[in-house]
Ligand binder design. Structure first.
Ligand code: SF4
Length: 366
């Protein structure tokens, strides 16, 4: 089948261990050979992970919805002074985490929120220290680099200083949010007040150099072109070649419901299922041998599609979710998922399930 495709040379190359470049990536993105892309991506995944799929028992903790960045793709934030704003106190945050640990056995809290200029670094330091003291078994995967950028501005400090202090307070790793598409022409259209592409990459590099490992993400399916998608992925790959600090890549499709972009008629529908499988497959093919893990993006695409993604290059189901509010704000779908549902979903695919910690180390088999 590979011999009859216009992407045969690229796919043969990656199966022979060759790293691919921007032109290869653009060709793959322009190809309609989705089945072939998925087949090759699945082969690469199996070569690396066999029949095992991982997930993490996780609490999402959106600590504040106050935000002054007004991204046009976001349905979650509220501006300062709005009557629906909230900020969770350290005491209440700690209670939520302790309850989730006791009830669900979580091993990670994913802590992300709006860009709230009234929170200084002590809020985060005190939160992290309290979590580590009361719930030492729970890893803290928290604060996108754009949140780090805002804390730096509030503190009039440097990102290196902020990252160092947060790491000392207990921050274990950083999520990859805020990347969207790492091309400034795109960012100017969808999130003009947010950190630039170079800023995102610079803070990620600083985090990696300080020993903080991170994820990387791509939010696709809005105003970006195929070439810009490919450029964004390649920027992440180039940084990974320098630092090796990315543990996982998580592509997810833009959900327009309740967003300014939908209101302004910029986009009406999400990119859909076939696109997700294609992007997951291309991601596996492009990052082969460079970044280990790809998540199946169940949160924005649903359980059934995430199951199929496991046959198209994804090796990690992501996390259980309790308390997520960002995607929930789009009304896309129910965003609560417990460990049993993930285990059942993976087993339905005939695969073995392992639970992992926030560094992707297996902690138990199911
Ligand atoms: S995506 Fe984040 S930074 Fe942008 S408006 Fe929403 S909460 Fe604020």
């Amino acid at each position: 089948m590979i011999r009859h495709s216009d992407i045969s040379d690229i796919l043969d190359g990656v199966l022979d261990g060759r790293n691919l470049d921007l032109n290869d990536c653009i060709k793959l993105m322009n190809s309609d050979d989705v089945q072939l892309l998925c087949l090759v991506a699945d082969t690469l995944r199996r070569n690396q992970f066999g029949n095992t799929v991982t997930f993490i028992n996780n609490l999402i903790f959106n600590y504040t919805n106050v935000c002054v960045t007004y991204c046009k793709f976001c349905a979650f934030y509220r501006p300062p002074g709005h009557n629906e704003t909230y900020t969770v106190s350290i005491e209440d945050g700690l209670k939520r985490i302790a309850i989730a640990r006791d009830m669900f056995g979580i091993t990670q809290v994913l802590m992300q929120g709006g860009h709230n200029p009234s929170l200084n670094i002590e809020y985060y330091e005190n939160m992290f220290k309290a979590i580590k003291e009361k719930c030492p078994s729970v890893g803290i995967h928290g604060l996108s680099v754009s949140e780090i950028d805002v804390i730096t501005k509030v503190e009039r400090s440097s990102t290196k200083e902020v990252l160092t202090r947060l790491k000392e307070a207990g921050l274990d790793s950083l999520p990859g949010a805020g990347a969207e598409i790492l091309v400034d022409e795109v960012k100017e259209q969808i999130s003009p007040l947010k950190i630039s592409s170079d800023g995102w990459l610079r803070i990620m590099e600083e985090a990696h150099r300080l020993g903080l490992r991170t994820s990387a993400t791509m939010m696709y399916g809005h105003v970006e072109t195929v070439e810009q998608r490919a450029q964004s992925l390649m920027k992440i790959i180039e940084l990974q070649k320098k630092t090796g600090g990315f543990m996982a890549f998580i592509p997810w499709s833009f959900e327009p419901n309740n967003t300014q972009m939908q209101e302004e008629g910029m986009i009406s529908y999400s990119a859909g299922g076939l696109h997700l499988l294609k992007i997951i497959a291309i991601s596996r093919i492009m990052i082969n041998g460079l970044i280990d893990h790809i998540q199946s993006s169940w949160l924005t695409n649903g359980i059934s599609l995430a199951q199929l993604a496991l046959n198209c290059g994804a090796d990690d189901f992501g996390g259980t979710l309790h308390g997520e509010e960002v995607v929930t704000a789009t009304g896309a779908r129910s965003t609560t998922l417990n460990a049993k549902k993930i285990i059942d979903a993976v087993k339905q695919m005939g695969m073995h399930v392992a639970e992992r910690d926030n560094f992707y180390r297996t902690i138990r088999h199911h």
